[in-house]
Design a protein around this ligand. Structure first.
Ligand code: HMG
Ligand code: MG
Length: 298
């Protein structure tokens, strides 16, 4: 049987916007997060405390975190690659910090400028500080199904990073398809491999829709018991260090799927469609969400 309830982590304000070339005002990001809060998400990835030289769009993260209206019980998470990021996250009042590594050596170097082993050492300090300050700690693993630089990635390499992040004390671990190359059976094989290392109820699927496989991969993950999914309003997004990578799976499409399956999310699809319209109008283009566009056209 499929899970009866899933947690959807809305990553649009971070993963969705980080790759936008034109600077988006903090006011627009704040309005977006507030609309998403209103839609009922329990977890919103709101910002990223990374080097502004690497990802200029996230330079307004402190302003965004200071401006949003927090709803009690909602977890606002931020990316923190190192202690500098952690200090900023702490000052900003983040509820959850995300350390982000990779199952691929080549991608680790391009994305965070260090090897996988070095990244774990950097994360150790961040993890300890998160525990000390009683913040939730999440670990994210890029290139779990393939890498733009080295190609194939073995399930055992993903499992190895899962073990290391587990040992650092992560509350939740994301299995991410950075470039969207995973297909259903492959996704199930990797998920089944990592479930041996970490509790299934604390693993999440983070799927980019580059090859149109994300919804199939979510369904495949549901079949093996994964109950946390990341998605991006209006299908925004792309990773600056994964050339050609397009957006995350659109939240509207995921919600439509879950509704049809009778799986509870606690989120209002109509409110997410409105948020998608808001940000798409601001960016001057049509939302990538199929369900969202269909609902608007009705
Ligand atoms: P580095 O150059 O090796 O680090 O970058 P450094 O410690 O030598 O610092 C260099 C400069 O950056 C210094 O400034 C630092 O102060 C500054 P300078 O002295 O030259 O003026 N700096 C910072 N500034 C603000 N906040 C910080 C910070 N750290 C250093 N936290 C580093 C290493 C990790 C910082 C860099 O590579 C970086 O910021 N990378 C960002 C990568 C990124 O954000 N990628 C996108 C997010 S991951 C993603 O999208 C994947 C995911 O969605 C899952 C999936 O789909 O795969 C999560
Ligand atoms: Mg991503």
């Amino acid at each position: 049987a499929l899970p009866q309830k899933v947690k959807i982590v809305e990553v649009g304000p971070r993963d969705g916007l980080q790759n936008e070339k034109e600077t988006i005002g903090a006011d627009v990001k704040i309005a977006l997060v507030d609309m998403l809060t209103g839609a009922g998400f329990a977890n919103i990835e709101a910002a990223s405390f990374v080097s502004p030289k690497w990802v200029p769009q996230m330079a307004t993260s402190a302003e965004v975190m200071a401006g949003i209206q927090r709803k009690p019980g909602v977890v606002y998470s931020v990316l923190t690659p190192n202690m500098k990021g952690f200090e900023a996250a702490l000052a900003a009042g983040a509820d959850e910090v995300v350390i982000f590594g990779s199952a691929s050596e080549a991608f680790s170097q391009r994305n965070i400028n260090c090897s996988i082993a070095e990244s774990i050492e950097r994360f150790r300090e961040v993890a300890q500080a998160a525990k000390q300050h009683k913040l939730r700690l999440r670990g994210s693993i890029s290139c779990s199904f393939g890498c733009p630089y080295q190609g194939k990635v073995e399930a055992d390499s993903v499992a190895d990073v899962v073990q290391r992040l587990r040992d650092l004390g992560c509350d939740e671990i994301d299995i991410a398809d950075t470039i969207g190359v995973g297909t259903a059976r492959h996704v199930q094989a990797v998920m089944q491999r990592v479930i041996r290392e970490f509790p299934v109820e604390r693993l999440s699927g983070h799927f980019h829709d580059t090859y149109g496989q994300a919804l199939a991969n979510i369904y495949a993950s549901l079949e093996v018991g994964i109950s946390i999914y990341h998605s991006s309003v209006a299908g925004l997004g792309g990773c600056p260090y994964a050339k050609g990578a397009t957006g995350n799976v659109a939240t509207e499409d995921v919600l439509f799927l879950m509704q049809g399956l009778g799986i509870e999310t606690g989120i209002s699809l109509d409110a997410v469609v409105d948020a998608g319209q808001y940000i798409s109008q601001h960016l001057g283009r049509k939302a990538v969400s199929r369900a969202g566009n269909a609902i608007v056209a009705k």
